[in-house]
Write a new protein. Structure first.
Length: 290
């Protein structure tokens, strides 16, 4: 299988630069922290309250808890800790009003954004600029931990057939269009029909929601792509064991993901589960389906 990396990937030149980790939910923060500890890369974690997994953050992990509205406090702590590179990793739920009450620095950040309609990617890109204005460099997790990005080609024993490939083609068409509008990364397609597209709820809930619309015959496929305008350093498409478990539970036939642009958390276990359940996972190049 060919390992595909996007042209704009930058490989971090040194493990000596202290890494600041802004940690949301899911398994990726744990994977990154473990990698830093194993490879003796200095790090400091700001764990986002209400999102990051409390079980991860024991006394063995160099960290501090932070509300989502405390950007100013976070910048100050990173500077005090001598952080040079910053990774934003893990899922962040839409905050409640109390969680969003901002410190002065965050208030100024929101004021700069103004009242214009702006999607999640726009907010994240603005946050990246703000972090880098403090003299730190924002990097993607794939620049720190090697071999996290999905390879091109079928990763499982099960392979998509001709009809599946047509559903993948339809999924690419719809996901690419929605991605340009900053709507979501995933769609579910069955027999040429779009059963659902990802919104605010995320991929796992999309899969569960589409269960109610599955028809008889050829089973549905999840197609997950990087948005065309998406910065490789933030919010890359991600799948893990939960994605496979949910797809199996809901009767899906397989998952198509954007090769070189999708993170697979615990890839060996993801592939093992997919093989166990008879699902296919294929890394695709969207342009080949246009």
């Amino acid at each position: 299988m060919k390992k595909t990396l996007p042209d704009d990937t930058i490989i971090s030149e040194s493990n000596e630069r202290k890494l600041g980790i802004i940690a949301g939910g899911g398994d990726l923060p744990q994977q990154l922290i473990s990698w830093c500890q194993t490879h003796q890369r200095p790090y400091y974690v700001l764990a986002v309250q209400g999102n990051a997994d409390e079980k991860i953050f024991t006394s063995a992990v160099n960290h501090e808890w932070l509300r989502i509205g405390q950007a100013g406090t976070g910048f100050k702590r990173f500077k005090e800790e001598g952080v040079k590179d910053v990774v934003l990793i893990g899922t962040i739920k839409r905050p409640t009003f109390s969680e969003l009450v901002p410190d002065l620095r965050t208030t100024a950040f929101f004021a700069k954004l103004g009242l214009k309609s702006i999607g999640d990617d726009g907010i994240l890109r603005a946050l990246v600029k703000e972090i880098e204005s403090e003299g730190m460099r924002v990097v993607g997790i794939q620049e720190v931990v090697p071999d996290l990005l999905a390879s091109e080609g079928c990763l499982t024993k099960k392979k998509p057939d001709k009809e599946d490939e047509e559903d993948i083609r339809r999924g690419v068409e719809v996901a690419s269009a929605l991605g340009k509008l900053d709507v979501g990364q995933s769609v579910v397609v069955q027999q040429g029909l779009v059963l659902g597209s990802e919104g605010i709820e995320g991929t796992d809930k999309l899969i569960l929601r589409c269960q109610d619309y599955i028809r008889k015959g050829k089973m549905p496929i999840l197609v997950k792509l990087r948005k065309p305008q998406q910065d490789m350093r933030i919010d890359l498409p991600t799948i893990g064991t939960k994605t496979v478990e949910n797809a199996h539970y809901c009767g899906f036939k397989g998952i198509a993901i954007h090769a070189g642009n999708t993170l697979i958390v615990n890839e060996a276990e993801v592939i093992r589960l997919a093989n166990k359940y008879g699902l296919f996972i294929k890394g695709i190049i969207p342009s080949e389906y246009e």
